[in-house]
Design a protein around this ligand. Structure first.
Ligand SMILES: C[S@@+](CC[C@H](N)C(=O)[O-])C[C@H]1O[C@@H](n2cnc3c(N)ncnc32)[C@H](O)[C@@H]1O
Length: 270
C-alpha cells in the first residue's frame, strides 16, 4: 500500500514542448509550451520558461522581481478557454454536460460542425483517442487553419480530420458515425444531413444562444425522426470563500447557450 502511494505521488517532470499553466495570480495565468529560450514577462516581473525543464509540475519559481509563480498542469477546461479565438467557443460547463448526453468514448467516430476555433474539437479528440476520430467540418478555411494550430498545440491533432465545406449545402462525407456535435448559427439546416449519416439510436447534440434557434432546431429534429429531444441550460455559479464571508461572485458569465440533445430512430413515426 505504502509503495503504491509513493509511486502515485512521484513528481511529474516538465519536459520541452510540454504545455504548462504558469500561474502568478487569478488575473495572470499563462498557458505556454515550454521551449528552452522562451521568456515570459508581466508587470510582476519576467523569467525564463526554459528554466522549468526538469522541474516537477507544482514547482514554485520566482520572477526577477521576486514574485512567486507556480507551474501547473493545465486542465482540459484551461486548454479550451485558452485557444486562440477567431470565433466564439463552447464553454466547459456546456461541453461536459453534452458529452455525457452521448455514448461516445475511446474509439468512437464523431462528426463536428463547425470547427470554429477548435475548442470543442480538442475535447472530442481527447475523448475518442487513441483509436477514434473526429471529422471536423467548417465552411471557412481560415478558421480551420487557426483551429489546427490550437489542436496541434494541445497535442490531439492525430485524432482529427478536417473538411472545408458548407454542410447545409453539401452534407457529410462519412456514414455510420457515433455522434454529431453541431455548433453553428443555423443547426436546423444541418439536421437533415445529420439524419442521413448518424447511426440509428445514436445522438445528435447542439448549442444555440437564442431560444428562436432552439425552436427551429427542435422542429427539424421532430421532422427527421429524432426522439428523446431535450433542451437544457446549465447555470454555473462560482462561490467566493473569503474570511469576510462566503457568497456567490457578483459578476461572471451568465448565459452561454441552450443545449439540445436527441436520438435518431429508423422508420416513420406515427
Ligand atoms: C461558433 S463557431 C464554432 C465554435 C467551436 N464549437 C469552438 O468551440 O471553437 C461556428 C462555426 O460554424 C461554421 N459554420 C457555420 N455554418 C456552417 C455550415 N453550414 N457548414 C460548415 N460550417 C459552418 C462557422 O464558419 C464557424 O466557424
Amino acid at each position: 500500500m505504502r509503495e503504491k502511494i509513493n509511486q502515485k505521488s512521484r513528481p511529474d517532470p516538465i519536459t520541452e514542448k510540454d504545455l504548462i499553466l504558469i500561474y502568478l495570480n487569478e488575473k495572470r495565468q499563462f498557458l505556454v509550451q515550454v521551449t528552452p529560450n522562451l521568456k515570459l514577462s508581466s508587470d510582476l516581473g519576467e523569467f525564463n520558461v526554459g528554466d522549468t525543464i526538469g522541474k516537477p509540475f507544482g514547482y514554485v519559481g520566482k520572477t526577477h522581481l521576486g514574485k512567486e509563480f507556480y507551474c501547473l498542469k493545465p486542465s482540459t477546461a484551461d486548454l479550451m478557454m485558452k485557444v486562440k479565438r477567431t470565433t466564439t467557443i463552447v464553454y466547459p460547463k456546456d461541453t461536459g454536460f453534452l458529452l455525457l448526453e452521448t455514448a461516445i468514448g475511446p474509439g468512437s467516430k464523431v462528426i463536428e460542425v463547425g470547427t470554429g476555433s477548435g475548442a470543442l474539437t480538442l475535447v472530442l479528440a481527447k475523448f475518442v483517442a487513441p483509436d477514434g476520430v473526429v471529422y471536423s467540418y467548417d465552411r471557412r478555411e481560415e478558421f480551420i487553419e487557426n483551429a489546427k494550430k490550437n489542436i496541434e498545440r494541445a497535442g490531439y491533432i492525430k485524432s482529427v480530420e478536417f473538411f472545408c465545406q458548407d454542410v447545409a449545402e453539401q452534407g457529410f462525407l462519412q456514414k455510420g458515425v457515433d455522434a454529431i456535435f453541431i455548433d453553428v448559427p443555423e443547426p436546423w439546416g444541418i439536421v437533415p444531413k445529420a439524419a442521413q449519416v448518424l447511426k440509428g439510436g445514436y445522438h445528435v447534440v447542439s448549442w444555440s444562444p437564442n431560444v428562436e434557434q432552439v425552436k427551429s432546431t427542435v422542429d427539424a429534429l421532430q421532422n427527421y425522426n429524432f426522439i428523446r429531444i431535450k433542451v437544457s441550460e446549465i447555470v454555473e455559479r462560482e462561490i467566493l470563500v473569503r474570511r469576510q464571508g462566503v457568497r456567490p461572485r457578483e459578476r461572471g458569465i451568465t448565459h452561454t447557450a441552450y443545449l439540445v440533445s436527441a436520438q435518431k430512430i429508423y422508420g416513420v413515426r406515427s
